[in-house]
Design a protein around this ligand. Structure first.
Ligand code: ATP
Length: 291
């Protein structure tokens, strides 16, 4: 595919890693294709508006994003009305979306794929009008992300440090009402996931039936915290005990929380919520993936 201009969007702080090597490699590949290279470094403030202004005055043919799931989500929201393909260079602490798309670990290969012609038409979920590409949840994982964001430690170690205090302080199990497919049911859960893909960034395959391009999403009801079952998901075993995890596959749903519960979308803490309206947007996101 030929493009005149390529925009690389980089999150300078994601994953606690230096991005210069990525920037150099992408620039080299773009110039090799005789296209113009543009770089945008996110600031965490009004990035969507600033990037859209840039897109409005340039002939960008491909947007590349180097960051974690939060940055990919931000870029997806920015370009979803522009019909622009996106390429991903995983550069966050967990990289859950990249893991689900089976992107390789090696930078040269990542750049080739991100600039390549093989695409997935990726479903975009809308959760109370905020988009979700990968995984969102209510409960103990969102509490962990909140504690992580309030701490001084970045990267995987930061999550590890926060995991025990989060478990001790959490008020789980939480009580939910789930309205979907004309049914209304009650559920108690430590964590209620809303999934568009199979795996969390840790590699845990919590949603074996999930496909990000099937026009459906899954509600994952983790009824209790079981080390044995968590280990099974880490080993990608799919015969999970229904007493541990129940899955509802659907196109739209509403989740009502009996009390406010911590909520996260694609690894970003949103706040405490009492109601989540979930649907799938009509537009798809075109993401470059391995052949
Ligand atoms: N220049 C910046 N300074 C501070 N924060 C930023 C900057 N640019 C983006 N952010 C923030 O980075 C977050 C997204 O990070 P992302 O999820 O992509 O990476 P991550 O590695 O998963 O994050 P983290 O390192 O926090 O785990 C968003 O909250 C966004 O507001």
């Amino acid at each position: 595919m030929n493009f005149k201009e390529v925009l690389l969007i980089v999150n300078p702080i994601s994953g606690d890693i230096d991005k210069q090597r990525i920037i150099n490699k992408v620039k080299e590949e773009v110039q090799r294709r005789n296209a113009d290279f543009h770089l945008y470094r996110t600031t965490g403030e009004n990035d969507i508006e600033k990037i859209r202004k840039f897109l409005d005055v340039h002939e960008i043919g491909r947007v590349l994003v180097a960051g974690g799931d939060g940055t990919i989500n931000l870029v997806a929201e920015t370009i979803r009305k522009y019909d622009l393909p996106m390429g991903i260079i995983p550069a966050g602490s967990a990289n859950g979306l990249a893991l689900n798309l089976e992107l390789p670990d090696e930078l040269n290969q990542q750049v080739k794929i991100a600039m390549g012609d093989n695409f997935i038409n990726y479903d975009i979920l809308s959760l109370n009008d905020t988009i979700c590409l990968h995984m969102s949840d209510l409960g103990i994982n969102a509490e962990l992300i909140k504690n992580y964001e309030n701490s001084n430690f970045r990267g995987k170690l930061g999550y590890l440090i926060q995991s025990i205090p989060t478990l001790i302080k959490s008020g789980y199990p939480f009580e939910f009402e789930i309205q979907s497919k004309g049914e209304d049911r009650e559920a108690q859960a430590a964590l209620l996931g809303i999934a568009n893909a199979n795996k969390y960034g840790t590699g845990a395959n919590v949603n074996p039936i999930g496909r990000p391009d099937d026009g459906l999403f899954e509600i994952l009801i983790f009824k209790r915290i079981s080390l044995g079952e968590v280990l099974k998901t880490l080993r990608n075993e799919t015969n999970l005990d229904p007493e541990f995890l129940e899955i509802i596959q659907t196109k739209s749903a509403k989740v009502i929380c009996k009390k406010p519960v911590s909520f996260q979308i694609d690894g970003e803490y949103i706040g405490e919520e009492t109601e989540i309206k979930i649907s799938i947007l009509p537009e798809k996101l075109k993401i470059a993936v391995p052949a």
